[in-house]
Design a binder for this molecule. Sequence first.
Ligand SMILES: [Zn+2]
Length: 501
Amino acid sequence: MVPLAFPVKRILVILIATLALSLQGCTPENQKPLQHVHQYFESIRNNEALLTAFFSEMPKGGDLHNHFSGSVYAETYWNYLLRKNPWFDTVSLVFEYDSIKRINKKGDYKRFISLPELIRKNKLPDMKQRILQVWSVKDYVDSEIPSHKHFFDSFGKLPSGGWNETGIGLQELQNRALRENVQYLELMIKGVPSDIMPENADRYTSLLKLKEYTDTVALRPVLDSLTQAFRKKQLSKDVVNFNSILLSVHNKFVPDNNAVTIRYQTYVNRRAEPVKFFRDLLLAFESAQTSPLVGGINILSPEHGDVSMRDYKLHMYMFRYCSQLFPEVKYSMHAGELTLGLVKPEDLTFHIHDAIYIAGANRIGHGVDMAYETDALTLLQYMHDKKIAIEINLFSNEFILKVKDDKHPITLYKNGNVPIVISTDDAGILRSNLVHQYVLLAKRYPQISYADIRTFILNSIEYSFIKDQALKDALYTSVKTKLESFEEKIIKNTRLHSTKV
Ligand SMILES: [Zn+2]
């Protein structure tokens, strides 16, 4: 992990000194500016502190793969919990607000301790540390439980708040982006909530589970009928309600400003049973079609879960079907977040393939199993030709899947000229940030140059799902200008220091 509280001023002094040393006697005045930066960058490639200072200063454009609930840090959830005056189970670390629920935990109720009691016994700091360890990867010890289990279980343990808490979390992410020199966040915010179910839901369930569909032709009549059934129940009302709350929360807590722009993806949960999954997909597509703030949609939850694996192809066909109903809606898909050992080898061969060829994904999230995919080289060429970007989440892949260094397929994507963006995934649960991702990128992959990184940064705006083209163009120009200023600063500091030396 990058030391988060490193004294930045001191690092910058070291950075400038190293910069001067590295360029002494080797930088002709007429050399192109990018070459200066490139030389300096190469000279610090193996120094994590210098890289951290470099990337902290560097404008990083957008973070396009960013789960809102996993990006807010556990300390913020903790503060929210304290405001609710909870009782804590001192053994399991679950909490309750309601005394009846606590007493109903048959025999275990004696393990609960109230907040005032914790404070009186001076045990609140200890409880906080223990809770942070289960809500995030803080102090995680490898041998306790599998890292992917620890990671995914964390989400279920976080206290869930209302839209007001969402607004507070959004402010935290916007402020962090500002400090970290990130200009755009595309947040996977929530699924559109609904409890509408069609008449004869069981019949639809059995029709959808009846066989393994191999094309949309056989599936279409079932989905047509199901779409009609949901529309009869006025599914759109839930979309209108969701979009309107999102708009008012956005305008209240994180209105558009010149420093950081936020847009959203809504999503579907791949663990849901087929009828619910399809309902949520219709809701997500309609939300993205009608809200100015929802740029696209996504599909989440562990890809290796039983339902996710069983229904993978069905989900892909459902995406394809909905994309025909809502042709303007864009979507990124978590696909290939798998590795050898986590699933059977044959299950590593088709997830990215199907997300692209069947579902028609505009971007792929993770894509870690690319090396195992059937005819990977053709798939990479297709991604290049169709400009389907890959969202690379280095630290997430390292922690959850144990895939890092040359096990990671980033070089495959790079060699295939697939558009790459660098993102965080769940910076809060992973106790990470976007600077950390770039540091890992620079340290681990010497074949990726400063010019490549510059392209990745501009990609993060170009491949974003911002709908308003004027806003997107303005953001692109602004990030480009900021990059040029950053490069000039590096060069200027180098020259100043060289003269003094
Ligand atoms: Zn993700």
